[in-house]
Design a protein around this ligand. Structure first.
Ligand code: HEM
Length: 379
């Protein structure tokens, strides 16, 4: 998408796309202006049937803040930091299993997919054996951005509705168990939480659990895959970072900017408003292109170059404003633990064959659904 973004930033930084009936915003300043102004640019999707993804991400103040307060208490830096030893143990296991496979393996399937799923499952407190179910549900819920035909869309909607029903009954069962017998996990915390003296309704609890699966898994998978992809594209990075482990986190921020896992998010105008010389009308949908803002040469010197130690790096890969990603500390911690472990145990990583990088067919998500890599063991 990057050459297209570049063309659009120059030719029409804010434009109306008549085929999709929505606005596109490409430049950093305008994208930021939209994300900051949550009164004018709402996150609540208007005029649609049942929502598939709700909770904090699809709410405006004041409900947004109430929900976010409850969950953010469960996502404090301390809670997240406490996960470090578990993440370390999980990644060690995953690497052990991956390197049994003769010098090459699919990084996505063996490492980037399971790590975040296992971490979220443990955080929520759901049985680890249910992981395959989770993976299936989160895939179905995340699917869709590319479905253009009406029949494709109809099949997808029924698939999604079914996944949502299955997920609801699955989580409802666990919620009820935790009400009776609370444990030290996020679900127990959520069922006990109160807003204005009242517990959250089942509906809100379910939406939140599902949001964590949908928002946290594929994104973190893609962060890990995109970063290791970059290591393979530029092997000198592997050599340098292995010798300077303290530089890995800054390079990961650059990966978030350069190959942003989420390329776009939506807003809906609550009133007529001027943006980039155009009038956006009340009710119009606005797509803000995070992936383009992160490549805007007005904001980033050498924007199309991966600068391992870029500073400052005000990328907006985790969004901006009141909806700033709640899981950012967790995603960063997973990368912080996993990437050094990968670099230390696999040398000279490179793509196994041409053509095995399968881009995820979506304009909103950036990643590869498969990435065969070869490596050698440290001597
Ligand atoms: C919100 C990106 C990982 C949970 C967001 C938003 C972005 C984003 C761009 C803002 C959406 C908007 O404004 O419309 C990412 C990326 C990730 C990641 C790139 C990984 C590299 C996670 C993880 C979790 C998570 C691991 C949870 C376990 C959330 C939640 C919100 C959110 C709950 C909504 C916050 C709110 O509306 O107040 N994320 N995310 N994310 N993310 Fe993430």
């Amino acid at each position: 998408p990057f050459p297209w973004f570049s063309t659009m930033r120059k030719a029409s930084p804010v434009r109306y796309d008549a085929t999709r009936h929505s606005w596109d915003v490409f430049c950093y300043d305008e994208v930021l202006a939209v994300l900051k102004d949550h009164d004018t640019f709402s996150s609540v999707r208007p005029k649609l049937g049942p929502r598939l993804l709700g909770s904090v991400i699809g709410e405006d103040p004041p409900k947004h803040q109430q929900l976010r307060n409850i969950v953010s208490r469960a996502f404090t830096p301390k809670t997240v930091a406490d996960l470090e030893p578990r993440i370390k143990a999980i990644i060690t296991d995953l690497i052990d299993q991956a390197i049994e496979e003769h010098g090459h393996f699919d990084f996505v399937a063996k490492i980037a997919v399971p790590l975040p799923v296992i971490v979220i499952a443990e955080l929520l407190g759901v049985p680890i054996d249910d992981r395959p179910l989770f993976k299936h549900w989160s895939d179905v819920i995340a699917k869709g951005a590319t479905e253009n035909s009406m029949s494709g869309l109809a099949t997808l909607m029924s698939e999604k509705t079914q996944a949502k029903e299955e997920l609801d009954s699955y989580f409802l069962h666990i919620l009820n168990e935790r009400r009776v017998d609370p444990k030290e996990d996020l679900i127990s915390h959520l069922v006990q939480a109160e807003v204005n003296g009242e517990h959250l309704r089942d509906e809100d609890l379910l939406e939140f659990c599902i949001l964590l699966l949908a928002a946290g898994n594929e994104t973190t998978t893609n962060l890990l895959t995109n970063t290791v992809r970059r290591y393979c594209e530029d092997p000198s990075l592997q050599v340098y970072l292995r010798e300077h482990l303290e530089a890995i986190d800054v390079a990961t921020e650059e990966s978030l900017r350069f190959y942003s896992p989420i390329q776009a998010t939506n807003r809906y105008a609550t009133k007529d408003v001027q943006l980039g010389g155009h009038i956006i009308h009340e009710g119009d949908q606005v797509v803000v292109w995070i992936g383009s803002a992160n490549r805007d040469e007005q904001q980033f010197v050498a924007a199309d170059t991966f600068v391992m130690d870029r500073h400052p790096n005000k990328h907006i890969a985790f969004g901006h404003g009141i909806h700033f990603c709640l899981g950012a500390p967790l995603a960063r911690l997973e990368a912080h633990v996993a990437l050094p472990a990968i670099l230390e145990r696999m040398y000279a990583m490179h793509f196994e064959m041409d053509g095995t990088l399968q881009p995820i067919p979506s304009s909103l998500v950036y990643g590869t659904s498969q990435m065969e890599i070869a490596y050698r063991l440290p001597s």
